[in-house]
Design a protein around this ligand. Structure first.
Ligand code: FES
Length: 167
């Protein structure tokens, strides 16, 4: 029998009935028709499916929708609109932080939540054993964004875009 799950997606309450094996990514794309989150590998390797769940970035292909009962999910569609873009979206446009664009929604969701992690003093693998609060050095930025792959290799513009917002 189908399972019922309630999610709050981009500020909107959504009631879904789905097979318990449905990933969060498939629930977003196929049940809610939010196709901004992309399916690259469907196995946690590329980051194209990154969304923000309860303030933390996650690979939505690696988690089941039913595990997110009551959670607040933000996708690229919820960060901004073409007329009212999130600062990170504007920065990617300004810095040309993409080539084909397939990884871009994941890159943007990931970088928005990543800057919140830095602000909250959450260490990365590179800084885990340091006592000081983390700083966004170029090495740290690469480490923290290493879960988001860009097959076009647009990394230098992607990092410029993120650095613009990080200040
Ligand atoms: Fe989820 Fe590649 S589609 S990490």
């Amino acid at each position: 029998p189908p399972w019922k799950v309630s999610l709050k997606v981009n500020g909107k309450a959504c009631e879904l009935e789905l097979d318990a094996r449905t990933t969060l990514l498939d629930a977003l794309r196929e049940h809610l028709h939010l196709t901004g989150s992309k399916k690259g590998c469907d196995q946690g390797q590329c980051g194209a499916c990154t969304v923000i769940a309860g303030g933390r970035r996650i690979n939505s292909c690696l988690t089941l929708a039913v595990m997110h009962q009551g959670d607040e999910i933000t996708t690229i569609e919820g960060l901004g609109t073409p007329d009212d873009m999130h600062p990170m979206q504007s920065s990617f446009v300004k810095c040309d932080g993409y080539q084909c664009g397939y990884c871009t929604p994941g890159q943007i969701c990931s970088s928005v939540a990543m800057l919140d992690e830095v602000k909250a003093g959450i260490p990365s693998h590179a800084t885990a054993d340091l006592m000081e609060p983390p700083k966004l050095t170029p090495e740290e930025l690469r480490e923290r964004m290493s879960g988001n792959i860009c097959r076009c290799g647009a990394y230098s513009n992607i990092f410029d875009a993120i650095n613009e917002v990080a200040g």
